[in-house]
Write a protein that binds this ligand. Structure first.
Ligand code: WTA
Length: 651
């Protein structure tokens, strides 16, 4: 374990209560939250069963709640039947058909309002097109799309017919796309010709063609949405334009009723070893989490305009764009572009234009925008806002305070939400109307979530402010169900450290005297770059796949904007180190994995610091990458002289 991460951080004494005016106007009052907490503490399963009956429209009601007979393979509401797209669309039509579901703003500023009725029709039409092209219940469809309503339509259309989607973020490389297609054995791929982000063309179809040029034998059809008007090659018999596929399709499509445990989607995420894992989520439990957390944490009500700035390619976009807001019957903003284009006030301008009331973004964006200067938010009123949220990585108190003052004008509660691809939805977070918040603290576990901090022997860490391993000691409905095709890895990764009921999150955390949680960082070899997970092993494998490289070790170091960045130590085969080669290797990694994996710095050396048994001393490399003084004993190293070389700056 990286014990350098389990260390006390500065004490934070500032504390902010939700403003009285906010509480008065809130949908969920502090007394309601208290009642939820008490109900959950008194009867964990009964609590979730009551929520599931209240918040989901079941086609066939469930009689079983939790089945833990095959732990850690948990089942929730297993004999119930539902359709997720029905819950996100059809059930709103009678009362909210004309309500705006999505306010879409394109990179170039075009705006489109889509009502629930229209969204329902589009989903049905596309669902019929998917069926006509051979996609059926249980089949996998990979979605490689821009952050546009058609991505949402695709996901909901898959849900409608019981197909399992696997969205791959548009910034991932052809090789990453290929690996994910192969692992999921996807039958269909839905993509776009390309799109513009920050005015730059992202050539999605070209990348798709590259991915499909090798392997990917399972793919039968590729549906291509025309977005950019880019010049693309269509392969006869395999590729179809979206507009041709929906031509003549009915805008009604009977939902496929599925069991609550039917997989809704797979989403790949990085782990500490090997290839990315296909995190598999359920239909019933996942949907329940998306609804409960949207309502509780953000106080999301009927009059709100919610904006989650994530991309649908990440779990945040799944839960808080595609599923949560629609299942709640709310209005949301969806944005294709980037925060700084055409000007660094794009977000703030959009908040005013669309009268956004709940704004949810990542600390990396806050830090980047903070650096641009106060004049940008100051150009805008920002007075529609009532709740601010963050997700993806720890937020430093300075950025938290700036967010509170410059964006929230000191009247918006900040919800710093801790959760993971695996947890499906929020886990440890303030509830806007009811939690007293502290900069940098994710405060308390939600009702129905039981979190604890353990030491390596499995004993609870009770000392305030000392760190330990973050775990959940009870299963919850919206947790992952499996790693696609690899149940052993699922058991090992998440339940291997203690027992089959103790979920190990992979993060370390500490609690203050009042029980507020603070997340310290990962305890495995996962790096968090701009809120995105990347395994150091993946980057190492990419580096050694280059012909010039014989060995590589990758560690992280703090970065002012990105939170963390990658430093790679590289041993060359024959070539001499040079700036050109360093830059070639950085580009190589981006090509292999995607731009987020690009090392910030490459340092060349003749060898890596290893123990006599041949283990790379990563902790030492981390110290070197941070240009910190080495205080640990290096005498046990097989090759102590290598340290000086590593300390010399590369490029
Ligand atoms: C980190 C993103 C501190 C954490 C939803 C976790 C956070 C990983 C927070 C999951 C937060 C997420 N404060 N750290 N509020 N939220 N993390 O799967 O290390 O992309 O394990 O899910 O991000 O990243 P993932």
């Amino acid at each position: 374990m990286a014990d350098n991460k389990i260390e006390s951080v500065l004490r934070e004494d500032r504390q902010f209560e939700p403003p009285r005016s906010f509480v008065d106007g809130a949908t969920l009052k502090p007394a309601d939250v208290k009642a939820l907490r008490e109900a959950a503490a008194a009867d964990h399963e009964g609590f979730w069963a009551a929520q599931a009956r209240e918040k989901i429209d079941w086609h066939k009601p469930f009689s079983q709640v939790l089945d833990d007979s095959d732990a850690p393979f948990f089942k929730w509401f297993a004999d119930g039947e539902l359709n997720v797209s029905y819950n996100c669309l059809d059930r709103h039509l009678a009362t909210k058909g004309d309500k705006t579901a999505v306010i879409f703003e394109g990179d170039d500023g075009e705006v489109e309002h889509i009502s629930y009725r229209e969204l329902h029709a589009r989903v049905c039409r596309f669902a019929n097109a998917l069926k006509a092209n051979g996609l059926g219940k249980g089949d996998r469809a990979v979605v490689y799309m821009p952050n546009i309503p058609q991505a949402m339509v695709t996901m909901l259309a898959c849900a409608r017919i019981g197909a399992i989607h696997s969205v791959v973020f548009g910034g991932f490389s052809a090789i990453s796309l290929r690996d994910r297609i192969d692992d999921a054995e996807a039958k269909m791929l839905i993509t776009a010709d390309g799109n513009y982000r920050g005015g730059k063309l992202i050539p999605l179809k070209e990348t798709t063609d590259k991915a499909l040029s090798e392997g990917c034998e399972s793919i039968e059809k590729v549906i291509v949405y025309k977005r950019a008007g880019a010049d693309v090659t269509m392969t006869e018999g395999r590729d179809i334009w979206w507009h041709d596929a929906i031509d003549g399709q009915s805008d009604e499509c009977e939902p496929e009723w599925v069991g609550a445990e039917h997989p809704l989607f797979i989403l790949y995420t990085s782990g500490s070893t090997g290839k990315p894992k296909g995190i598999q989520h359920s239909s019933g439990g996942y949907l329940l989490g998306a609804i409960c957390t949207s309502r509780w944490v953000f106080d999301y009500g009927d009059d709100d305009v919610f904006w989650c700035t994530a991309d649908v390619g990440w779990i945040t976009g799944h839960t808080y764009i595609t599923y949560g807001p629609t299942a709640c019957g709310g209005t949301q903003v969806m944005f294709e572009g980037v925060p700084t284009y055409p000007e660094p006030d794009r977000f703030w301008k959009m908040v005013d234009t669309h009268q956004v009331t709940i704004f949810y973004t990542a600390p990396t964006a806050i830090r980047a925008l903070m650096k641009q200067g106060d004049e940008y938010p100051q150009r805008h009123a920002l007075d529609s806002l009532r709740v601010l949220g963050t997700v993806g990585e720890p937020i430093n108190p300075e950025a938290w305070m700036w967010y509170r003052e410059m964006i929230g004008h000191e009247k918006c509660p900040i919800v710093d939400t801790w959760w993971q691809t695996e947890t499906g939805g929020h886990m440890i977070t303030p509830i806007a109307s009811s939690t007293s918040t502290k900069p940098g603290s994710v405060t308390h576990a939600l009702p129905g979530i039981v979190a604890d901090i353990l030491d390596e022997s499995g004993a609870p860490v009770t000392d305030a402010n000392s760190g330990g391993i973050l775990v959940m000691t009870k299963p919850w409905p919206y947790m992952l169900r499996n790693i696609w095709g690899d149940p052993e890895r699922y058991r090992e990764t998440y339940f291997g450290m203690f027992d089959a009921h103790t979920y190990v999150a992979g993060d370390s955390a500490q609690r203050d005297e009042q029980g507020n949680f603070r997340i310290l960082g990962r305890i495995d070899d996962v790096v968090n770059i701009s809120g995105h997970r990347m395994g150091t092993m993946e980057v190492e494998s990419a580096l050694v796949a280059h012909k010039a490289v014989s060995e590589a070790a990758v560690v992280s170091r703090p970065h002012e904007i990105k939170g963390e960045c990658i430093v790679a130590f590289v041993i060359l085969k024959n070539d001499d180190p040079s700036d050109e080669l360093a830059s070639e290797l950085r580009d190589w990694v981006a090509e292999q994995l995607g731009a987020i994996a690009k090392p910030e710095e490459i340092r060349f050396a003749d060898g890596l610091p290893k123990t006599r048994s041949g283990k790379i001393m990563r902790r030492l490399l981390r110290t070197v990458a941070r240009d910190e003084e080495i205080t640990s004993d290096v005498s046990t190293l097989e090759n102590p002289q290598i340290i000086e070389q590593l300390q010399a700056k590369g490029s």
